[in-house]
Write a protein that binds this ligand. Structure first.
Ligand code: FAD
Ligand code: NAD
Length: 464
């Protein structure tokens, strides 16, 4: 049994905790997979590195209304893929080497294996190479074990080949057709990538809209646009999956009880991610869970003294900027347990890097209504501002919700070019309590730049 001052499980945002202030601590890091976690290796970063060339490919094939006749000749898949992972893989291995061997980390032991609780602040680590499990105890433990893709039993139990976001970015050949089961973030982003690269894409949704957790106006607009680009099947229930000569077939039932089948070369499952709390045997460590997540208070503390959790394993937001924020909170609270800081989840923004891009922060109109809040809304089309004319945009808009009495913004929802960038001043205004009139008229807005779409939306809010 080896004892540590601190054990960190998971090297995504968990790996960002350690700095020189921990130099006197005896620390262990346990990682069962690729060093660096989801965002770096199979999540945010490689997906966006695929989205960028996809955006270029799509711009070429949609440039004709601007008077530019261009032709997309070829996607050199191997080059696209290898540029991305040629950049990412060395970062993962370099990060691992740094923790394992650099003098800065003389106090750190890296375990390549799976940790699970066997008692309070007591862990067993099963080495990835099948070696003898080792027991560790620690005064403090950080659970940063992330989440993993959910695979419906009907797919997992069938004799079919399928991909998840963990595997699909490394495939050897660009498929001619792709079926995506699911209609959230991952479905929207990969549908854009594969269709921009020339594949026929079918998206299968259980509900009546894609991205249905978004503001209804955004979700409705996105679903309409998606249906023009992809074969979108809403309100379908999966009833089976089978291998056929042409690829993989999904058997579906429609809302009006008809049977239908979709066959494609590649099947991508994107129906959500489940926290890895179960892999940790959290209950054996006395750690409470809620809906499969590790339960934490505002200080990221679990039900066991000295044990903290952060990121996808405990958060209702499965987002990297949230995991990183929570890691900073955990770092402070490890160093200053008597003067802890709380996580700030008031205005968590999110963006979907599909086409058109989507970004949002704060309440949706549905949420404002269900909370019975008094609010006003304003919507400004990109097409009504000068930069929108330049782009000939006809589909993007900014929608704002505000408290009519105080002028404080309650929510912002954008669908359109560069939405994740255009939204940032609104996140800032909400985070620092800047009211809409002050934001609109208390600063210059560069003319004729894209953020004028935000300025005009702010000016349209009919406040008291
Ligand atoms: C395809 C995709 C695209 C995404 N794009 C974005 C985006 O654009 N923006 C954004 O904000 N978010 C995005 N996300 C979400 C983001 O990647 C996650 O929210 C974030 O990576 C979570 O970080 P984490 O540190 O909690 O977990 P992770 O980074 O998943 O790290 C957890 C680590 O723990 C290890 N582990 C698990 N169990 C054990 C165990 N028992 N013992 C030892 N090790 C263990 C795992 O191997 C893993 O390396 C995306 C996710 C996916 C899948
Ligand atoms: N840009 C980003 O920030 C980004 C990108 C990708 C992933 N992520 C994170 O990763 C998480 C997981 O992404 P995701 O797209 O897998 O999940 P998601 O929760 O965004 O969407 C899953 C969708 O699949 C649907 N679904 C569930 N079971 C189904 C079934 N049997 N048949 C058909 N549809 C079904 C759900 O109704 C839901 O709409 C996201 O919630 C997000 O937090 C973020």
């Amino acid at each position: 049994m080896t004892h540590y001052d601190l054990v960190i499980i998971g090297t995504g945002s968990g790996n960002t905790i350690l700095d020189q202030r921990f130099a006197d601590w005896r620390v262990a890091i346990v990682e069962k997979g690729i060093f660096g976690g989801t965002c770096l290796n199979v999540g945010c970063i490689p997906t966006k590195m695929f989205v960028y060339p996809a955006d270029i490919a799509q711009a070429i094939s949609t440039s004709e209304p601007l008077g530019v006749d261009a032709e997309l000749r070829e996607i050199r898949w191997h080059e696209v893929r290898d540029r991305i992972f040629g950049r990412i893989d060395p970062i993962a291995s370099g990060g691992k080497d740094y923790r394992a061997a650099h003098p800065d980390n003389a106090n750190v032991t890296l375990y390549d294996g799976t940790a699970r609780f066997t008692g309070e602040r007591t862990l067993q680590v099963a080495p990835s190479d099948g070696g003898t499990p080792e027991s560790l105890t620690a005064d403090r433990i950080v659970l940063a074990a992330g989440s993993r893709p959910i695979i419906p039993d009907l797919v997992a139990d069938a004799d079919v080949e399928y991909h998840t976001s963990d595997t699909v970015m490394r495939i050897d050949k660009l498929p001619s057709s792709v079926t995506i089961l699911g209609s959230g973030y991952i479905a929207a982003e990969f549908a854009h990538v594969f269709s921009a690269f020339g594949a026929d894409v079918t998206v299968v949704a259980r509900s009546n809209a894609l991205l249905r957790a978004h503001d209804l106006d955004v979700s409705t607009r996105f679903t309409e646009l998606a249906a023009k680009r992809w074969d979108v099947r809403t309100q379908r229930t999966l009833v089976g999956a089978r291998r056929t000569t042409e690829g993989t077939t999904l058997d579906l039932r429609t809302k009006d009880d008809r049977n239908e089948s979709i066959t494609s070369e590649l099947l991508l499952i994107a129906v959500g991610r489940t926290p890895n709390a179960d892999l940790l045997d959290a209950e054996a460590g006395g750690i409470a869970t809620i809906d499969g997540r590790i339960n934490v208070d505002e200080y990221q503390r679990t039900s066991v003294n000295g044990v903290y959790a952060l990121g996808d394993v405990s958060s209702q937001y499965q987002l990297k900027h949230v995991a990183n924020h929570e890691a900073r909170v955990v770092r402070h609270n490890l160093l200053h347990p008597d003067d802890p800081v709380a996580s700030d989840h008031r205005f968590v923004p999110q963006a979907v890097f599909t086409s058109p891009q989507i970004a949002s922060v704060g309440l949706t109109e549905q949420q404002a209504r269900s909370r019975r809040l008094r609010f006003v809304t304003a919507t400004q089309d990109y097409g009504g501002i000068a930069y929108g004319w330049a782009m000939e945009d006809t589909t993007g808009f900014v929608k704002l919700l505000a408290d009519p009495e105080s002028g404080q913004l309650l929510g912002a929802h954008i669908i359109g070019p560069q939405a994740p960038t255009v939204i940032q001043p609104l996140i800032q205004a909400m985070s620092f309590g800047l009211d809409a009139p002050s934001m609109a008229r208390g600063q210059y807005w560069i003319h004729p730049a894209m953020p004028e779409v935000v300025e005009n939306a702010l000016l349209q809010l009919e406040l008291d």
